[in-house]
Design a binder for this molecule. Sequence first.
Ligand SMILES: Cc1cc2nc3c(=O)[nH]c(=O)nc-3n(C[C@H](O)[C@H](O)[C@H](O)COP(=O)(O)OP(=O)(O)OC[C@H]3O[C@@H](n4cnc5c(N)ncnc54)[C@H](O)[C@@H]3O)c2cc1C
Length: 414
Amino acid sequence: MSVTHIIGAGLAGLSAAVAITYAGGRVKIYEASAMAGGRARSYHDKKLGIEIDNGNHMLLSGNHSAETYLRRIGAEHRFKSPKEAAFSFCDLSDKERFTIKLSNGFVPWWVLCAKSRVPHSKAKDYLALLSLLLADHNTKIGDIIPDNTALWRKLLDPFFVSVLNTPAKDGAACLAAAVIRETLMKGGKACIPRIAYPNLASSFIDPALDYLKARGVEVDYRNRLRQIHFSGQDVTSLEFAHQDIKLEKGDKVIIALPAWVVQSLIPDIETPDKYQAIINAHFLMKPTAAMPHIMGVVGGTADWIFTFENRISVTISAANHLLALEKEELVKRIWDDIQTVYAFKQDMPEWQVVTEKRATFEATVDQNNRRPPAVTAWNNLFLAGNWVRTGLPATIESAIRSGQTAADLALSHS
Ligand SMILES: Cc1cc2nc3c(=O)[nH]c(=O)nc-3n(C[C@H](O)[C@H](O)[C@H](O)COP(=O)(O)OP(=O)(O)OC[C@H]3O[C@@H](n4cnc5c(N)ncnc54)[C@H](O)[C@@H]3O)c2cc1C
């Protein structure tokens, strides 16, 4: 039986491996580092003495490719989720606290009711979201949605920054529209936040590795792909740190690597080449029962505050503007935000800051238009990764969907 060689054991590579194995195909997986998960990984932090994630990740219940993956690996219950799509916010500029509670069905009744929509917003403000749905590939969000409304400041700006990991006004309107189509437009049932619990590895990574191991597939770690050899329309061999693999007739290759690595491996490929950072700050502290599992912060340094059993974790998206700041100054600002949001005063507990400088490609019009499709100029070579042309921003859903698409292409290739 032919083999599909999958390079990269991040979510895209694992998703491709699970999909092919699920369909009865054979795979081999190679990974440069000592662990799977890539940009969605958990590890033991020596300073805090606990297991943490490189970053808090939020999935929405409408992310259907991720749900398929989780169902296949038996991990769909390893999440903490509220029963309904309700998001609490604290606006630090006017100290206003509010909760947006989406209606369960398709009809957005919540927009029509002053108590459930964003404070000081008007129902007609939300019509701007409809024009977003009609946007073409060359339109920015800032070209369509006015930024002088309470709706923009208190909800749309933070929402687009988190889903695009890009300053909201510069974001590609078509990417924001894709997220809205797959979540908001399907009603509250598709917008329930799902947080991996107790950590990313236990929900997205370890169950996939167990699923694959039970079917005879193990990841070949610390084995970096150095070069791809081509002949005519085909890949003929793969040169790794530890071995060369000569492809047999019918074998396929799925490259599930970050865009900046792919640029050096595949000739003349155009990929996104600008990135935005995500910063996470973890504080060793047991949250009180009054602290919700997720809290949105408007007008502060922090964007979202997450509570876990043994820590409070803050996420800041589109964080390139904070990269030059000293960590001590940054963490002080974040701790101030937490104390204001939860109205307490306390010395800062032990903390850790994790900065992912190239967390995702910048979801601007220019960068989105540089995304290649999964098929390549070579018959037996397919691409996966959150940056491949999935029509979505660089999210978990995009990474997993790209893996499933590459798997389908590999399975149907003869
Ligand atoms: C801090 C942070 C927070 C995030 N929050 C969210 C969120 O809340 N919601 C959401 O939906 N998404 C979020 N994301 C995005 C999400 O994590 C990514 O979309 C996803 O993990 C990308 O997966 P991937 O497989 O495409 O790439 P990667 O995870 O980068 O996987 C690529 C793999 O290839 C390996 N590799 C690299 N070079 C080689 C080589 N030469 N040979 C072999 N292997 C190699 C790498 O080690 C890595 O394991 C976040 C990302 C970050 C960084």
